[in-house]
Design a protein around this ligand. Structure first.
Ligand code: KIV
Ligand code: ZN
Length: 390
């Protein structure tokens, strides 16, 4: 197994603007795509898949402009296995300081049926198309779509062909989110061991989240030797989405003790890009989404709030500042206790004596039984005149 730099470095490939935008209804405008690409570049993402240039004039224009503007990220475009797609992709990405052509074809029995190609004919097509891409660009990624449902012997055969034709990255898509962590690891390990030339290329993992295992599958692939993770901000993507960038990056940071791999991502920029992608795609982030959900750093119950006030490590495995969030929150509700109420009142300018706190705490609980969340105005009203602001 080789890696572009060091054994422990994992490349982060973001496909928010391609696979993410393929979510029904997630279309972004040209300006919004440029803005997201700039944020990805600034936060240290290694490769940005900026779009599918043959898909539309708009995609072509966005990929070309992102390619012209990118500072350090590799700019990649997607293309099917034909010369027309690949040429169009090259026309768009060639402006980049570091361009990449990504070309793919479905290799599983189901997907081979779509173009109706025999196994041999498909193998020939892979050789021709990857060679063509490599003649245009020295950075070529090849993907056997639906790799996790492709026969192992055939997968090894076509990957060997793609490597011989000049592919520099071999991406292993779990297109329908079908694999599971152990199988994901075993597949990557098998390919690296069996395919001649595997040590000359980077293996990538591209997981979908249909069974909720995309993050686990991607990390398992890394442990088996993959050195590029394909992901999207907020896990945006077809159906149940792709591996969420923020999840894999933070998992590698927080559990570096057992997964000793590094990324180049500045994690303090995660929250800002998550919010912006949610806005421009129109896909809100679920409240309990790992890392970036509204509740990911919020604690309501009395035991948790008390523990947090004593030492945040009691209930948080990462600091909110690590992802660019100003602070954790202790929203007050019916599960909250005296310690949090007292602390909140102090923040609001009311340093309550114990006898005052007792009375207010009783009235606060009555109110909290009626309301999902008790807001600052409610609390101020409780101290002020004994009524709530609800
Ligand atoms: O999920 C998938 O198979 C893809 C390929 C085009 C890489 O997105
Ligand atoms: Zn995909």
């Amino acid at each position: 197994m080789t890696t572009p730099t060091e054994q422990d470095r994992v490349l982060i490939f973001d496909t928010t603007l391609r696979d993410g935008e393929q979510s029904p209804g997630a279309t972004m405008t040209h300006e919004e795509k440029l803005e997201i690409a700039e944020m990805l570049d600034e936060m240290g993402v290694d490769i940005i898949e900026a779009g599918f240039p043959i898909a539309s004039e708009g995609d072509f224009a966005a990929v070309s402009e992102i390619a012209k503007r990118a500072n350090s990220a590799v700019i990649c475009g997607l293309s099917r296995a034909n010369f027309k797609d690949i040429d169009r992709c090259w026309e768009a990405v060639k402006h980049a300081k570091r361009p990449r052509i990504h070309t793919f074809i479905g290799t599983s029995p189901l997907h081979r049926d779509i173009p109706g190609l025999s196994m041999d004919a498909m193998a020939d097509l892979i050789h021709e198309t990857v060679s063509h891409a490599r003649n245009l660009c020295d950075n070529v990624q090849w993907s056997p779509m639906d790799a996790t449902r492709t026969e192992h012997d055939y997968l090894c055969r076509v990957i060997e062909i793609a490597i011989k034709a000049g592919a520099t990255t071999i991406n292993i898509p779990d297109t329908v989110g079908y694999t599971a962590p152990r199988e994901s690891a075993e597949l990557i390990r098998m390919l690296i061991e069996r395919v001649p030339g595997a040590d000359e290329v980077v293996f990538a993992t591209h997981c979908h989240n249909d069974l909720g295992m995309a993050t686990a599958n991607a990390l398992a692939a890394v442990e088996a030797g993959a050195r590029q993770i394909e992901s999207t901000i907020n896990g945006l993507g077809e159906r149940a989405g792709n591996t969420a960038l923020e999840e894999v990056v933070m998992a590698l940071k927080v559990r570096n003790d057992i997964m000793p791999y590094r990324t180049n991502v500045d994690t303090t920029r995660i929250m800002a890009i998550s919010r912006r992608v949610a806005q421009v795609s129109g896909f809100p982030v679920q409240f309990n989404k790992a890392i970036v959900g509204k509740n990911a750093f919020a604690h309501e119950s009395g035991i948790h709030q008390d523990g947090m006030l004593k030492n945040p490590e009691n209930f948080e495995i990462m600091r909110p500042e690590d992802i660019g969030l100003a602070a954790s929150s202790l929203p007050l509700g019916k599960h909250s206790g005296r310690a949090a109420l007292k602390a909140k009142m102090r923040d609001l300018g009311h340093d309550l004596a114990d006898n005052q706190l007792g009375d207010i705490f009783v009235r606060f609980k009555e109110l909290a039984d009626r309301k999902k969340e008790v807001f600052d105005e409610d609390l101020i009203a409780l101290v002020g005149d004994g009524t709530d602001a609800a």
